[in-house]
Design a protein around this ligand. Structure first.
Ligand SMILES: *[C@@H]1O[C@H](CO)[C@@H](O)[C@H](O)[C@H]1NC(C)=O
Ligand SMILES: *[C@@H]1O[C@H](CO)[C@@H](O)[C@H](O)[C@H]1NC(C)=O
Ligand SMILES: *[C@@H]1O[C@H](CO)[C@@H](O)[C@H](O)[C@H]1NC(C)=O
Length: 325
């Protein structure tokens, strides 16, 4: 049986047959609906300040953004900082008028201004004495024992501000890895114990290998923590730690801002330049400006040069007033 439809299209009446225009219309509608759902799903992610295209890992967008601007410029810090990382972090925070008792800005009070201390976290002592909460991380059992002895000698009120976590940090969670125990130069990377200095530390530790638990830093980040600073000394694993810190960088606490200062080691003897530079490029893509201290080796630009040996710390700052200190 053949009918003439109102539109003039010819079609066969029957339960299954539909005009081609209707099928196209339905398909188009379904597609639009799916696209809308997909958009809504993206919009409803809890941390919305960081974004990337669907087939990229979140951090790749920011690394690309920085790489596309060419080699990073690492200028001298505009004011002199202590050679000690703990003192330098406190100096930078004081410069920006951050005060754990009074808050982040004049006339504001935030509880739990927090500093993250990763890798043999002895710096935690000063941070806690200054009044900050501290999330401290050490991967090795021996390191934990050493740190616990240091913390146990502190007054109770100071001890209570430090939360010590026995875990290595990287860009994966709930797994274990082998750690090369070279005392204060221990690393998850075999390449990090190849230089003369680190090799001798590894040998003096009896070439100990330890199976350590590994997690992303994001696992330990709670919305109630107002994280103002991070110290990272993990012998070359810094890029992966940043990759596992999406929440840290987009934290939606009352601060509405990522950490103000990150002090991170940068040493080209620990791993290949191509891998190592992902760390500072990621920070740069996220809006950080990195500096070297006056006492660090002179270094003004990261250039792709395998002959270049550089070991020092970068002091990376994310603050509205950076650029006109
Ligand atoms: C983890 O790090 C490795 C090496 O840097 C990288 O190739 C990989 O894409 C990273 N994975 C995630 C999920 O970040
Ligand atoms: C490791 O570090 C601790 C604390 O600084 C020190 O007492 C110990 O002698 C070191 N061990 C080795 C093997 O270097
Ligand atoms: C501060 O941190 C402690 C422990 O980490 C938590 O119990 C408390 O609720 C936090 N306070 C605020 C105001 O978020």
């Amino acid at each position: 049986m053949t009918q003439i439809h109102k539109s003039g299209a010819l079609y066969h009446a029957g339960p299954k047959r539909r005009p081609i225009w209707e099928a196209t219309y339905r398909f188009g509608f379904t597609l639009a609906f799916l696209v809308a759902i997909w958009h809504l799903t993206l919009q409803q992610q809890p941390y919305t300040t960081l974004s990337s295209s669907s087939n990229e890992l979140w951090w790749q967008t920011y690394v690309q953004k920085s790489l596309s601007k060419g080699p990073l410029k690492i200028p001298l810090m505009p004011f002199e900082l202590s050679v000690r990382n703990d003192e330098a972090i406190i100096q930078v925070l004081q410069h920006f008028k951050v005060d754990p008792q009074k808050g982040l800005y004049p006339n504001t009070h935030y509880e739990n201004l927090t500093i993250i201390d990763i890798g043999l976290p002895t710096e935690s002592v000063l941070f806690a004495k200054e009044g900050y909460s501290v999330e401290a991380f050490e991967a090795r059992t021996k390191g934990i024992q050493q740190i616990e002895r240091v913390f146990a000698a502190l007054p109770n009120d100071i001890q209570q501000r430090i939360h010590l976590h026995h875990s290595a940090l990287s860009n994966v969670s709930d797994t274990t890895m082998q750690m090369y125990d070279a005392n204060d130069s221990s690393s998850l990377l075999e390449s990090a114990i190849q230089s003369v200095q680190e090799k001798s530390k590894f040998e003096s530790s009896g070439q100990r290998m330890e199976t350590v638990g590994v997690n992303e830093l994001d696992r330990f980040i709670a919305p109630s923590m107002n994280i103002v600073a991070v110290k990272i000394d993990t012998q070359g694993v810094e890029p992966e730690i940043f990759m596992g810190s999406q929440k840290l960088f987009s934290q939606r606490s009352s601060l509405q801002s990522p950490p103000i200062v990150i002090v991170t080691e940068y040493c080209t003897t620990l791993r290949s330049y191509e891998e190592l530079r992902v760390g500072p490029h990621l920070l740069s893509g996220l809006g950080y400006t990195c500096y070297i201290r006056k006492n660090s080796p002179p270094f003004t630009e990261l250039v792709l040069d395998s002959a270049l040996v550089y070991c020092g710390d970068f002091v990376c700052i994310h603050h509205p007033s950076v650029g006109n200190f």
